[in-house]
Design a protein around this ligand. Structure first.
Ligand code: SF4
Ligand code: SF4
Length: 263
């Protein structure tokens, strides 16, 4: 015991005390939009560069209107590096999860922002009744993709992130699960397995989509496997963008589903 105590005093504790801090300065993160003026379709560089068609640019009264879907974004940074006006920048926040799909659509258009805030508020009210999972949660992970998201989910359990301190446990059987955490784009081949897993879970239960593939299909969107995300076949309560999402973003999404944090 003395040896253990002396080790702790010498080395400190690995677990980060305050969850979901911003990313380090040298990390890239996901894109965010600023209020800097956009050159509109006269430029269109970001939309042209985006490999997942996550960006739409239009002109309105001589002003460039940008809309960027974080649910389709793979965080490649091309739009950020190419934008000449600083309209698209790096976002170092790890608190990216949303309860409403539409709230993942970033825009520099005020009226859309207002609608989005209104929807968030309505969703929060609705979700208060769902917050029966507030104390502990059992999660069954189903991977339908490349496994990068699954590696980050695995990292959530290490001593730095320590997911279990929030009362969240990854379980092997859907029979014990409250949450179906889905990664990957859910192609045709995985649909039946996923539906069977969901059916085996007891009520009440929620579905969380982790990673841009599970939200929109990501780079697989509209491909031959019809892999366009999990909400095409199951109701999703929380969306966690990223390719793959940072472990803090995954933890933020799970805590959001539990009602322990706000989006
Ligand atoms: S960072 Fe996202 S939105 Fe920007 S170009 Fe890459 S995939 Fe598209
Ligand atoms: S956001 Fe930037 S890159 Fe995209 S159209 Fe506007 S000015 Fe051009």
């Amino acid at each position: 015991m003395l040896k253990i105590l002396s080790y702790i005093f010498r080395n400190g504790i690995a677990t980060v005390a305050n969850p979901c801090p911003p990313l380090e300065e040298d990390a890239d993160g996901m894109p965010a939009l600023t209020e800097n003026s956009c050159s509109g379709t006269g430029c269109n560089e970001c939309a042209t560069a985006c490999p997942t068609d996550a960006i739409e640019v239009s002109n309105e009264d001589g002003v460039g209107r940008v809309s960027l879907d974080l649910g389709a974004c793979i965080g490649c940074q091309l739009c950020i590096d190419i934008c000449p006006t600083g309209t698209i920048v790096r976002n170092r926040s790890t608190r990216l999860a949303k309860k409403q799909r539409d709230d993942l659509i970033l825009t520099n258009h005020e009226s859309v922002l207002a609608n989005s805030l209104k929807r968030s508020y309505e969703a929060d009210v609705k979700n208060k009744i769902r917050n029966i999972f507030g104390r502990s949660l059992h999660v069954r992970v189903v991977s339908t993709g490349c496994s990068a998201c699954d590696l980050e989910i695995g990292a959530c359990g290490n001593p730095v992130f320590d997911l279990e301190r929030f009362g969240v446990h990854i379980v092997a059987s859907p029979r014990f699960a409250d949450v179906l955490l889905v990664t990957g784009p859910v192609g045709k081949g995985m649909r039946d397995s996923l539906l069977r897993c969901y059916a085996a879970m007891p009520e009440p239960k929620i579905v969380v989509a982790a990673g841009s593939c599970s939200i929109t299909g990501g780079v697989h969107k509209n491909g031959y496997a019809e892999a366009n995300g999990v909400d095409k076949i199951l109701p999703v309560s929380v969306y966690i963008p990223g390719c793959p999402p940072h472990p803090w973003s995954i933890i933020h999404g799970i805590l959001l589903g539990m009602g322990k944090v706000q989006s």
